[in-house]
Design a protein around this ligand. Sequence first.
Ligand code: NAD
Length: 521
Amino acid sequence: GQGLVLANRARSVSAGWSRSMSAVPNTKLFINGKFVESKTTDWIDLHNPATNEVVTRVPKSTQAEMQEAVASAKEAFKTWSKLSILTRQQVMFRYQDIIRKNMKEVAKSITTEQGKTLVDAEGDVLRGLQVVEHCCSVTSLQLGETLPNISKDLDTLSYRLPLGVTAGITPFNFPAMIPLWMFPVATVLGNTSVIKPSERDPGACMMLMELLNEAGCPPGVVNVIHGAHDAVNFICDHPDIKAISFVGSDQAGKYIYERGSRNGKRVQSNMGAKNHGVVMPDANKENALNQLVGAAFGAAGQRCMALSTAVFVGEAQKWLPDLVARAKALKVNAGHVPGTDFGPVISPQAKKRICDLVQSGIDEGAKCVLDGRDIQVPGYEKGNFVGATILTDVTPSMKCYKEEIFGPVLITMNVDTLDDAVELINSNPYGNGTAIFTTNGATARKFTNNIDVGQVGVNVPIPVPLPMFSFTGSRGSFLGDAHFYGKQGINFYTQVKTVTQLWRESDVTHSKAAVSMPVMQ
Ligand code: NAD
C-alpha cells in the first residue's frame, strides 16, 4: 500500500544524491485524485542544491491541464461541500495521523529538493501538520452566530459557508508547511483547492497528495498544477477560482494581489521581511546570542521569519565577538549529513545575489567580520553553499539593509536606547516579525506596546504563532485582510450568509399587507 508508494518516491528522490543517473523522473500533476504525466513540452530542471544534479523535471502545465484541474475542483465542490461537516473532519483526523507516520519520508524529499537539514525539514512538515490538527476542530471553528427574538418572533442566524474553488501559490522555502497552511483549511470548510507549489521543490507537496488519497479525501477536492508565471496568471484570471492564497516574494505577492483582486477574487498575500532582533544589555547573554545565531543562520537564512538584523542596544554591543564565535562554529554541509547546522541555498543565482548584497554592504562601509562567501564543502564542491556571514556597522541607507537578503547573512546595527531601536524598526517598511531579548518585564512591555510589527517575540526568536492563532505579519509583509490559518484562516475561506426568519408564535393570518418601512421593533 501507501508505504510502498512513498518508498518508491523516496527512492526516486534519493537519486539526486548519486553520481550516475540514468533516467530523471518527471514530477506529475495531481488532477482528480490521480497522478498524471504532463503533456507539456516545456520542463524545468530541478537541481539538488547540494550537488546541482538534476533530481526531477517539473512540467509547465498546459492550459488544458490547468483547465482540467479547475474543472475537477469545481465538480468535486458540488458533492464535497454538501457532505456533513463530520465527514470532512474525519478526513483531517486520518490525514494528521498519516502525515505524522510519513514525516521522515517527506523530510527526505525536502532535503533533496530544497537543501535544508533533515531535522529542519521535519520541522517544516510538523508546523504544517499542526494546521491539519487544528482543522480537526472545524466543528467549533465553523460555527455561525444566532440571535433569537431580534424582534418579536424574528431570529437572525449566520452561517459560515465555503466559497467554491480556491487556489494556493507557494514559495520554495517551506515546501510542506506552506501548502499545509492552505488546502487543509480550505477543504475542511467545504471548499475545493488547486495548488501551484513552487516549481523549485514541489516534491513534498506531491507526497502530501499521496497521503491525502490515503486519508480518503475524494478525487478533485485538491489538485496540483505546476509551472511559473503562466500558471500564476491562469489562477489570477480563472473565473471559477474564488480566492487565492499566496506566500512568497514582494514582487510576485503584489502582482498576484492586484491581478486577483481586479478579477474580483479574495486574495491573501504573505510576502518578504526584514526581521530585527533587539538585544538589550540586561538580556541573558548566552540565551540571546544562541537564539540570535539560530534564527539568523538556521535554514541558511531562508525563512521569512529569520532574524536577519541584530540591533544591539548600548552595552550589548560588546557581545559582538561572542556572537561571531558562535556563528563561526556552525557546520555547513549537505542537509542529509548528520550534525549539519545548515545546508546550501536554493540556487546558484540565489548564492550570487546573496554574495553581491554582502559586497554592496562592504562597498557602502559595513565591516565583514565573518565572511562565508568562499566556503568549500568537501564532497559537495558544486553545491550552492554560503557560510555564516556577519556584516557590522550597517546603516539604514545601505542596500544590504533595505533588501531582504534571504541567506545566511546577519547584519548588525548599534543603537543607544530602546527608543532608538523601536524607531529604527518602525521605520522599516516590513512588519513580519521581530524579537527582543531582555530580562526586564517593563522593557519587554514597552517594546511590545510600541513596536509596529505583526509578530513579536519576547526572548523568542521566531515568534510564529501556532494555528490556534494566525500568522499575523503586517505592513509591507502582508496584503489582504484575513491572515493564514487560525480564526482568520477560517474567515478567509468562508463567506457569511445571514438568514433572518419570522415564525409567528401566534400563527396569525394577516388580512392586510404592511407597506410602511419595517423598523424591526
Ligand atoms: P517567489 O515569489 O519567487 O515564488 C513564490 C511563488 O510565486 C512561486 O510559486 C512562483 O512560481 C511564483 N512567482 C515567482 N515570481 C513570480 C512573478 N514575478 N509573477 C508571478 N508569480 C511568480 O518566492 P520564493 O523565492 O519562492 O520565496 C521566498 C520569498 O518568500 C521571500 O521573500 C520570503 O520572505 C517569502 N516568504 C514569506 C513568508 C511569509 O509568510 N511572509 C513565508 C515564506 C516565504
